[in-house]
Design a protein around this ligand. Sequence first.
Ligand SMILES: Cc1cc2nc3c(=O)[nH]c(=O)nc-3n(C[C@H](O)[C@H](O)[C@H](O)COP(=O)(O)OP(=O)(O)OC[C@H]3O[C@@H](n4cnc5c(N)ncnc54)[C@H](O)[C@@H]3O)c2cc1C
Length: 455
Amino acid sequence: MPSLDHGAERPPIVARYDVLVAGGGASGLVAAASAARAGARVAVVERAGCLGGTATASMVAQWLGFFNRDTRVVGGLPLELTERVCQAGGSEGFRRYTLGEALKNPLPLVNFPFNPEIVKIVADELLADAGVDVLLHTQVAEPVMEAGRVRGLVIQNVSGRSAVAAETLIDATGDAAVAHACGVACADPDFDRHGRQPCTLVFRLSNIDVRRFRAVPRDEKRALALEGVRRGDLPWESLSFCSTPGDTDAISLMSRIHGIDALDGTEASRAMAVGRQQIKRILPFLRANVPGFERAVLSGIAEQLGVRETRRIVGRYTLRAEDIRGRVRFDDSIALGAGPVDVHDEKGTGVSLWMPDGPFEIPLRTMLPTDVHGLVVTGRAISATREANGGARHMATAMALGEAAGVCAALVAKGRDLADIAADVRAALRSRGALVAAEDVARVAQPEPESIPAI
Ligand SMILES: Cc1cc2nc3c(=O)[nH]c(=O)nc-3n(C[C@H](O)[C@H](O)[C@H](O)COP(=O)(O)OP(=O)(O)OC[C@H]3O[C@@H](n4cnc5c(N)ncnc54)[C@H](O)[C@@H]3O)c2cc1C
């Protein structure tokens, strides 16, 4: 591991920040803006050519987790982001939607569908307005450690290798890439690396009559999906589409690639080719069989694989499904999860899908490693069991965690100790309109249920 004191091996330090964010996805984007608004000098390092993560580079074009049933459980910066996306014409707002409507266990919920291309633009603007330095097409190579503390990152991009120093690091890579490289324990107790949830390569179809498709009764959609699986044209029982404004395009999550360890470069590459072959079979099936898709044109395939599951850290607390079911209260809760809890079959064609009875609290300790200092982990890789992760990984939740991570990292950069920071993080988040604990749901304005239109 290189050290800042170790001149011979160290690439040049090109910049110094208070807070450095690895990964500019759902959680990292918001974490960076949040830390900057808390007064820190911030940079974010992102390997893709855009911010937004799975929402943009992987084209998963709907934010879930803002609502548990009809109750809004996320506010603050993530909610501001939805408003900015609407103002930019990238979404028509929150909608009632049935998740997995061709599955045997569909779930009605409220989503926020969007055009991912507009989200890319809005994400750029959010960080520019906050004064965050952004390095795109830049890979985190390894952390710089000094006496058990992270001091910066070695990064790699078209300029070559260099080092960026920071007081505090936020790992928002989704894969706990920084934490793992720092030696933080990561737990995969429930499965081996080939038993992870399947990956999906998302694609976009234009020239669709989305309203016609939405009007098809659910049992007909299920019959179509099962027929597609029987013929081998569809990899799973899904006719899952996100709508974009204008109702002319459908963004599809119908590919499903099993047995992939997305942390293995060879397997992750193979998954892209397998996904594209699946799309090649799905497209004629849709054109021939599904109302509204007769004149479908393939207008885009995501540049990055959609990865549901890789590493999670073992932090100071591990969120469990019992905590979600029992809606356990935590003194250091810094975000509310909404659900649903969804865990996709490792090998089969279904999904375990359920909605918690109400919002659940997520403690700050799930984001803090036990032994490495100067590091906060946010997003998909927080400390959670597999099932709890299935409820806490949705993008609105990842963004709410990101806002907390940003406040926390900014305070640490100013010299505060992580051990006694929770009360101040909660107070700062509440002053921004974020919801950090169960009682906050009653404090914020809630929409009238009938004011949320169906998709
Ligand atoms: C197929 C699929 C469907 C899903 N459906 C939904 C849905 O409908 N709604 C919903 O809300 N959630 C959905 N999810 C879950 C959700 O998208 C993720 O759990 C969420 O994006 C996690 O947020 P994150 O910020 O932790 O990770 P991400 O949003 O994935 O962001 C991580 C970022 O880190 C970057 N990165 C990683 N490693 C490095 C590195 N070494 N150097 C530099 N950058 C790096 C990545 O490029 C990425 O931009 C879905 C996920 C998948 C895969």
